[in-house]
Design a protein around this ligand. Sequence first.
Ligand code: NAD
Length: 277
Amino acid sequence: MSNPSTNDPVSELAGLLRGRRTVVLTGAGCSTESGIPDYRGEGSRERAKNPMQWRSFRDDAVLRRRYWARAFVGWERFGRARPNEAHLALAELESRGAVRGIITQNVDRLHRAAGSKKVVELHGALAEVRCLGCGAFEDRDSVQRRLAEKNPGWLASTAELAPDGDAELGQDFERFVIVACQRCGGVIRPNVVFFGEGVPRPILESAWAVFDEADVLLVVGSSLAVFSGFRFVKKAASRAMPVGIVNRGETRGDPSARVLVDGRAGHVLPRLLTLLE
Ligand code: NAD
């Protein structure tokens, strides 16, 4: 828990990280200031909806069509999101050698866009699409162009961006034409881990390799409600590895944290960067 003798938790966090090798675990809260909504932050109840489950996507062609219809609209904004001050500060901390790597639950690729080099994308990235049949990869922008050709005028409909690049549609998705794998004609999927799917083993192994190089864990913008992120806090606690958390509101990891900073990542991380100079 935070030391009550200091009034500035960010200075305290700097004290925790100084001279240590940091691994960072990020979640949706790291990207809200880039305009991508989270699931469990302030106001998310109003945005609440059921995220696509892996089995529904795989087994139900109607739901798959609905997914792509919404994703088609959502990508127009999601695909253009830019890194914010939090992403940039983390990239700078890595270039200085303080941050050893980032494990992210986000699927937006904004850490890479900010210049971070060692990034493990636990849940994949929406920028890639792959075929369920032959495994071929296609760039999401290319899929977007093909969808646009098949669905002229569709984007003119109004829609609100939802988490994970999805969107709420104001029109009938049954008229939406989906596209298939260019190589084999198979069903395509975004290269992300859906709810109900596990993190692929090689990805998890790379995440543990980054984790094992560090001696402090910094969580940024995650409620830690999802186990795939929470496991790193549990492991840190079991090793007596110190944990710092920067998040707006409570997280499931709070009882294990040495320092808690309740604040905006885009404000806190640049300050942290200055304090660590
Ligand atoms: P979450 O929505 O469960 O939690 C986000 C947390 O961040 C909340 O506690 C919220 O209060 C906090 N937050 C919001 N804005 C913040 C800010 N500016 N600074 C600091 N904290 C802020 O997110 P999660 O723990 O990452 O779990 C959600 C799952 O959904 C993840 O597995 C992820 O794959 C997926 N997701 C990804 C994105 C993305 O790629 N950007 C967006 C939404 C959801």
